[in-house]
Unconditional design. Structure first.
Length: 163
């Protein structure tokens, strides 16, 4: 039972790590500056949705830049562990898969905490109306993030009447 739990936990950590690492290109890649561009576009999206003031935009840029800076060592370690995990999968080493997956868990938690703390700082800069918009969007995402995509891209169980 414990081994099955570790396998499931390892798979979950691997999936989360892969999702996180996809957004973190290597420093020598042609997309190494991508995070700065993503942060800018994120602030642009937030600004458009929330009608941020210039002061709020500047605060958001500062908050999220600091979060990126503090997360870089964590992202670097996750990238390294991800490479080690891929090698362990190819070699079939169950012990290495378990060891690396267990090492990645705290790193993924640390990265998640950095993001959440940064967003908490940003949230504190918002007006009550802006907070309401964020809260509404968060509850929509939590209750079925991709429901529209699924509805558009799935065929109905029964054909519509009249066909």
């Amino acid at each position: 039972m414990k081994h099955a739990f570790l396998n499931v936990a390892g798979a979950a950590v691997l999936a989360a790590g892969m999702a996180f690492a996809q957004n973190a290109p290597a420093q020598n890649s042609p997309h190494a500056g991508r995070h700065g561009a993503q942060a800018g576009s994120m602030i642009d999206r937030l600004s458009a949705r929330l009608n941020l003031t210039d002061v709020q935009k500047q605060q958001a840029q500062s908050i999220f830049a600091e979060a990126r800076k503090s997360a870089e060592p964590v992202r670097a370690q996750i990238r390294q562990d991800k490479q080690g995990l891929a090698a362990a999968v190819k070699s079939g080493s169950q012990a290495d898969i378990d060891r690396i997956s267990n090492n990645m868990g705290p790193l993924l938690a640390q990265a998640s905490a950095i993001r959440a703390k940064a967003f908490a700082q940003f949230y504190a800069t918002l007006t009550p109306d802006q907070k309401s918009k964020v809260d509404q969007r968060s509850s929509q995402r939590a209750s079925g993030r991709n429901w529209q995509w699924h509805r558009r891209n799935s065929s109905p169980a029964t054909p519509p009447s009249g066909s």
